[in-house]
Design a protein around this ligand. Structure first.
Ligand code: HPA
Ligand code: MG
Length: 219
């Protein structure tokens, strides 16, 4: 399957000024700009839904949401897929599951991840799995998750990530479906967080120094 195209947001993009859109008062001083407005996210997801349904060629899909950051993308993507399913001649049965990933550093072999919550991964044996993630940064976490998933022998595994970050630390991993490729800046909103803050922001924004300081983890 050829890599699907995606929207590239350039490094020199200044995004949109905050005062041209609506953001919660409590975050007004904490953001640099709006990088991806909610309406554009919505329109892009509509197309991702169409591409995904076409590729899975009418075989049942288990959609696997990677919490917490993936929850908005997951619900909006599934809503679009459900709309297509209601209106097309052919439809694709969908089931859902939710996981959280915990990463920890172990002594010798570097960092590992642990899957917490969700049904037993063994249930994915023989299934068509669509992993739904908010952002691919270095790609290390997703590579490890795919490794765990492949151990239970799914029929196929595809990954949809709303965002992919251009970072020099990337290990070259590319998901099957990408909403937007974004500059190497810390982004928040649309369920992406900074220390659990900013999930309650509908646009994807770049956090500023003030926001990083204000919501830093207190030691
Ligand atoms: N924002 C939120 N979460 C993240 C990011 C980001 O830029 N990169 C990796 N996880
Ligand atoms: Mg995530």
């Amino acid at each position: 399957m050829p890599t699907h195209k995606f929207i590239v947001i350039d490094d020199d993009s200044n995004g949109h000024p905050l005062d041209l859109f609506c953001v919660p008062k409590h975050y007004e001083d904490d953001l640099e700009c709006i990088l991806v407005p909610a309406g554009l996210i919505n329109d892009r997801i509509e197309r991702l839904a169409r591409d995904i349904l076409r590729d899975f060629s009418h075989e049942a899909i288990v959609a696997l949401c990677v919490l917490k950051g993936g929850y908005k993308f997951f619900t909006d993507l599934l809503d679009k897929i459900k709309t297509l399913n209601r209106n097309n001649e052919e439809s694709v049965p969908m089931s859902v599951d939710f996981i959280r990933l915990k990463s920890y550093v172990n002594d010798a072999s570097g960092s590992k991840i642990e899957v917490i919550g969700g049904d037993n991964l063994e249930n994915l044996c023989g299934k068509n799995v669509l992993v739904v993630e908010d952002i691919i940064d270095t790609g290390k976490t997703m590579t490890k998750l795919l490794d765990l998933l492949n151990h239970v022998n799914p029929k196929c595994v595809k990954v949809a990530s709303l965002l992919v970050k251009r970072t020099p630390l990337g290990i070259g991993y590319r998901p099957d479906y990408i909403g937007f490729e974004v500059p190497n800046k810390f982004v928040v909103g649309y369920a992406l967080d900074y220390n659990e803050y900013f999930r309650d922001l509908n646009h994807i924004c770049v956090i500023n120094e003030n926001g990083k300081k204000k919501y830093a983890v207190k030691k």
